[in-house]
Design a protein around this ligand. Structure first.
Ligand code: GZL
Length: 385
């Protein structure tokens, strides 16, 4: 039940209770014809008024408190609308499952889930449909980081709090909280790891190709900017960067083109998610390019999903920089804080880890902060998402 429905009922009750106690109130729904009340004796009515008014005030205060009570407290499900990016990657699958597991009916939620299939217009439409449905909360994982202020204003006007998960919205602050990873740090970590690893391997020249994520997504922007910042400082050459749209097909298509255009000129490939790396591996296999710790090309990836870590263990991906997809439990804490009338933190970071095989683990820092790496083992893979 929407809180608004609850408050209308309460308001009517209050109206009835206020009228019953002689207070002024908006006319409630028409009651059934009442038999004409006997004339009350003036003095008695006046003598009782202060006590009745006090009772009304107490009742109104109680009902006011009830009005703020979360729908769940009344045994009703909390209605949540979730506009998800799409189904483009293993990471996305894990993110969707996490949200559906957390916002289940058993946990007290009614989840309206829309897979926006990487279509920004469809995502705006999904959010507007949640406003129409008058849900209690809206969760958005924004495909791209701009174009949001108008629709978030509509959510605000409708009195529906918005929580942003994973990617960021950069052109509006009309939402309550953002829960996700630090993409810029992920990109810097990949760059600083490569610097330390190249030094260990005696590689003095870096000629890199980048297969980017969905253009304009904060994950793509952060990872590209973070890695490029280190590349520029170290004097590396970034031969080219093109988007693979976070998909395996996209990664393969871009890598096929790179293998033709930069044959024999590159020694590093950076894929901005594991599914792109899988596609790049197929393209390099087909082009006869060797990659991984024992190959000619260092292959760097992001996400560190289970399938990605298996490729690290197989000596294909040289290092994998995680982006944790399991933010839903933290988003639920934000919603529960709102339910109880609290104020959640505006930004909540979920922790990420960096993965490699033992021989590819090196010491490095990001912005002066020493980083630890996790060795990929069967147990680590088993525990991954
Ligand atoms: C990152 C997330 C990205 C993943 C991709 O937080 O938005 O989108 O890195 C996914 O796998 O498609």
């Amino acid at each position: 039940m929407k809180k608004k429905v609850l408050s209308v009922i309460l308001a009517s009750t209050m109206a009835f209770s206020l009228i019953a106690c002689g207070g002024e109130a908006a006319a409630p729904a028409p009651a059934a014809e009442e038999p004409a009340a006997e004339e009350a004796e003036e003095p008695a009515a006046e003598e009782e008024a202060p006590a009745e008014e006090e009772a009304a005030e107490e009742e109104a205060a109680e009902e006011e408190a009830t009005e703020e009570e979360a729908p769940a407290a009344s045994g009703e499900l909390i209605n949540v609308g979730f506009a998800q990016v799409g189904h483009e990657s293993d990471w996305r699958t894990a993110s969707t499952k996490s949200c559906q597991d957390v916002f289940s009916e058993a946990n007290g939620y009614n989840l309206s889930f829309v897979d926006c299939d990487n279509d920004s217009a469809a995502q705006l439409e999904a959010v507007r449909s949640f406003i129409e449905q008058d849900v209690d909360y809206i969760i958005i994982d924004p495909i791209v980081s701009t174009g949001w202020d108008t629709v978030l204003g509509e959510c605000e006007d409708a009195g529906i709090p918005v929580v942003v998960i994973d990617r960021t919205i950069d052109d509006s602050d009309k939402y309550v909280s953002w829960v996700g990873s630090d993409f810029l740090t992920e990109g810097k970590a990949a760059g600083e790891w490569l610097k330390a690893y190249a030094e260990k391997k005696g590689i003095s020249e870096i000629n890199a190709l980048i297969i980017q994520g969905t253009t304009g997504s904060s994950a793509q922007i952060g990872r590209t900017d973070g890695f490029s910042e280190v590349a520029e400082r170290e004097g590396w050459t970034i031969l080219d960067k093109q988007t693979g749209d976070f998909t395996e097909a996209g990664g393969q298509e871009v890598m096929e083109s790179f293998c033709k255009s930069y044959e024999g000129k590159f020694n590093v490939v950076v894929c901005e998610n594991d599914n792109e790396a899988f596609g790049a591996m197929t393209a390099m296999d087909n082009a006869g390019v060797s990659y991984g710790p024992d190959g000619d090309v260092i292959l760097i990836s992001y996400d560190a999903c289970t399938a990605g870590l298996k490729e690290v263990q197989a000596g294909k991906i040289t290092a994998d920089f995680e982006c944790n997809p399991l933010a839903a439990p933290t988003v639920e804490k934000v919603i529960q804080t709102l339910q109880s009338g609290g104020t959640p933190e505006a930004q909540i970071l979920v922790p990420d880890n960096w993965y490699a095989l033992k021989d590819q683990i090196v010491d490095f820092s990001v912005d002066g902060n020493a980083q630890s790496m996790t060795e990929v083992t069967d147990a680590v893979i088993e525990a991954q998402y």
